[in-house]
Write a protein that binds this ligand. Structure first.
Ligand SMILES: CC(C)(COP(=O)(O)OP(=O)(O)OC[C@H]1O[C@@H](n2cnc3c(N)ncnc32)[C@H](O)[C@@H]1OP(=O)(O)O)[C@@H](O)C(=O)NCCC(=O)NCCS
Length: 201
């Protein structure tokens, strides 16, 4: 018997299939907080999702970098084989309702997580990724002691999407962007304190 057969766990790497080798380099699916180095990939998705449609986008590149520097823990990215396919960027907000300042400021003393943007890469939409990423993000917020609720503004046509994800409409948002108006929606995070205690956070 050869030494290699006798000690299978010491088989040299070239005996693994190419599929196994790939799995060791880039994970098929990975969720992680974003960093300022991810800003360009984020903005590429935003450019296609928003700028090409309306000429506007929730966060410009410098704002993406700013939030990913100030509060990277409030972001979440979904990577497929190392490529960003969907993301959420949030920051803290310190008032009951969103106002214009919420678009540019991170208020670390606040207790509301303002979700600035959720976007899925064009080729990955309508596959459940937006809902799954948002669900994971909301689960993750339960582990942050400062987060009492998540809040966002969206156009009318997305109210059903966020409602399905558990958000409730608060009313028309004070913020307007050019001719665009928005509905403010919120999701209670604090109400899940029991689960937080029992979730191993
Ligand atoms: C909105 C968005 C995040 C949803 O993610 P997704 O992965 O495509 O959505 P899911 O597959 O999880 O869910 C599909 C549901 O989303 C809703 N939805 C998605 N895009 C929609 C749109 N343009 N208009 C209306 N509803 C839409 C629908 O309710 C749909 O359900 P249905 O298939 O039963 O009609 C994604 O389409 C996207 O990135 N759009 C461009 C950017 C954007 O508008 N972001 C939200 C504002 S911050």
């Amino acid at each position: 018997m050869s030494v290699l057969n006798a000690i299978p766990f010491m088989r040299p790497i070239h005996l693994r299939s190419p599929r196994q080798q790939r799995r060791h380099t880039l994970p098929a699916s990975e969720f992680r907080c974003l960093s300022p180095e991810d800003a360009v990939s984020v903005f590429e998705i935003e450019r296609e999702a928003f700028i090409s449609v309306s000429g506007e986008c929730p966060l410009h590149l410098d704002e993406v970098r700013q939030f990913l520097t100030l509060c990277p823990e409030l972001s979440l990215g979904w990577f497929e084989e190392g490529r960003l396919v969907a993301f959420i960027i949030g920051s803290m907000w310190n008032q009951d309702r969103l106002s214009q300042d919420a678009l540019t400021f991170h208020k670390p003393e606040g207790s509301s997580v303002h979700i600035h943007v959720l976007a899925v890469h064009r080729t990955f939409r309508q596959q459940g990724k937006g809902s799954i990423l948002l669900w994971r993000y909301l689960q993750y917020l339960r582990c942050l002691p400062v987060a009492r609720r998540a809040v966002l503004m969206c156009e009318d046509f997305l109210v059903p999407f966020y409602s399905k994800c558990g958000f409730k409409a608060v009313g028309p948002c004070d913020i307007t962007v050019g001719p665009m108006t928005f509905i403010e929606m919120q999701y209670p995070v604090q109400g899940h304190a029991f689960m937080r205690r029992n979730s191993g956070c």
